[in-house]
Design a protein around this ligand. Sequence first.
Ligand SMILES: [Zn+2]
Length: 325
Amino acid sequence: MANHRRIFILVCITIVCLFIAINSLTIKQNVSTKPQKSSFQLQKFFGGTNQEVSVYFISGEEKGPTLLIIAGIHGDESGGYLTAERYADIKVKKGTLIVVPRLNLPAIVKGKRQGLDGDMNRLFHLPEDTHSTPDTKVVNLAKSLIKRADYVLNLHQGEGFYSPKWISHKRNPSRWGQCNVIDAPIFDLPNGDKLELASFAKKIASSSNSKIKDKKYHFQVNNTNTASNKSIHKEQRRSLTYYALYQQHKTSLALESTKNCTVPQAVGFLTIAINSVIDAVGIQAENLPSADPVTIKKEFSDKKTQNVIFFRPSLPSPRRIIKTM
Ligand SMILES: [Zn+2]
C-alpha cells in the first residue's frame, strides 16, 4: 500500500514538473516571437562633474538606421543645443536616434565657444589614450557614439551666410551660416563602395529649402574638401565630422544655422534640416518637432516646457541660457 502511495506521489510530481517545463517553454516562445518593443534610455556620463553629458537612446519597434545628433560642442551656439533638446523625447517607430544635446557643458555654462581647454571640435584627431586635455574623455565618449551610428549630425550656428561665391562681407565662402557642411563630395570605402556625401547634402538642402519661404535663409552645401591641400579649412581635419567620415566611415554632416536671426528662427531652420535628414535616411518618428518660429517661441516661453528645456540638473540658471541666445 505504502509503495502504491509512493508511486502515486512520484507520478504526480512528474506530471507537475512536466506541466511547468512545457508552460515555461511556451512562455519563452511567446517572448521570442513578440515584436521588439521600442525603447527609451537616458544615460548620464561623468555624472556629478562639471562635464556631465546626457545621452538619449531612442529605438523604434522596427529595425532601421541609427542617426546620431550631437549639439553643444560650442557653448555660444544655443540654437544648436536648444534644437537637439527637442528630439530628446520623441517617439521613434523605425530606426534609432541617439541624441546628445549638450556635449560641452563647461562651454555652454560659460556661453563661450571654448569650454575647459580650447575648442573641443579641434580634438578629434588625438589618439584616444591622450590625456593632455580634460576634454579628452568627452571627445572619446563622442567617438564611441559615432561608432554606433550610421549617420552623424553635428549642430552649429555660424556668423553670416555661407555662399560658394563672394557676394558681401556677410555672405561669402568663409562664412558658415545656413549650410550643410561636408568634408568631401564622395568618400571611397575600403570595400569599393562609395559614400555619396554631396548628393546626400544636396538632397537635405533642397528638401529643407522647400520649407523655407525667405530665400535669404536657404541652405547651401559647403564642401570644405578638408583632406585636399587646396582646402581653405584644413583645421577641420581635427573636427568631429572629419573623424566620423575618415576614421569611422560614417555619413557625417555639420548642420549650420546662421547667428544672424532670432533663436526661435535658428531652431526652426535646424529643425527643418534634421527632419529632412530623418526622412531621407528612412527613420520613422511620431511628433517630430515643429519648425514654426512662433510655435517655438511659445514653447520656450511656456514654463512647463522651460522645465524640460532649461532646467536640466547641473545646467546654468535659465536666465544665463536665455542670455546666451
Ligand atoms: Zn560651432
